[in-house]
Design a protein around this ligand. Sequence first.
Ligand code: SF4
Ligand code: SF4
Ligand code: SF4
Length: 243
Amino acid sequence: MPKAILIDTTRCTACRGCQVGCKEWKNFPAVPTKQQGSHQNPPDLTQYNFKLVRFSEHLDGDTVQWYFFPDACRHCVDAPCKNVSTVEGAIVQDKATGAILYTEKTAKEDFKTIKDSCPYDIPRQDPKTKQIVKCDMCIDRVQANLLPMCVKSCAMGAMSFGERADILKQAGERLEAVKKEFPKASLLNKDDVSVIYLVADTPAKYHKFAVADASDADPRMSRKDMLAGAVAPLRKLFDSLQG
Ligand code: SF4
Ligand code: SF4
Ligand code: SF4
């Protein structure tokens, strides 16, 4: 049965427990960073940061409003990164959970192609190994009937993990409750992803790539659709060459 994660940003206090928990479970080293006038740290996802709590500040009259967004791979149901992959076994989808997994064979992929295919700007490359990396839904923990480490680390109850159908139901119910206070609340790309975000305001206020719509692309077409349209002929050509 496919799994899913709900990230309810209305409950997120930006404590970064999830970010640190992810790093600890993966045993990743610290990365050099510096103060850039924001609490967001490090400034972006890296090969050693699969989860990053993004901070955005917006002026509302005389008041500064903070928006928190614990960013990571969405484990797309029909993943664009997997669809553009040209190396067999490099990007696979775990049948039991639906998790999109990158293997060591990603070192043979064209990084730019994989990165550009992702509507959420997630893949990163390890400069030493050339492997492309990202969140793996803590597949090792999930296979051992444990919660993903970020979910386990969240003391605010902002993250839930479970069967996709149950999480979608929970997300819908929570949306209805949140809408009473925040009429603009929405669930981001819920039918396309396995990591579903609930936001209280316009998605772009949280993060440029919060939602799979490219504002700089044709406004009638989502970035995912646009990329899928561009990539499909190439895949057909590739498949025909593979025989
Ligand atoms: S969010 Fe990006 S990296 Fe993750 S599965 Fe979707 S396309 Fe791939
Ligand atoms: S599921 Fe695991 S790898 Fe993915 S962001 Fe959470 S802790 Fe990190
Ligand atoms: S651990 Fe929970 S409350 Fe803290 S930053 Fe992550 S999602 Fe937000």
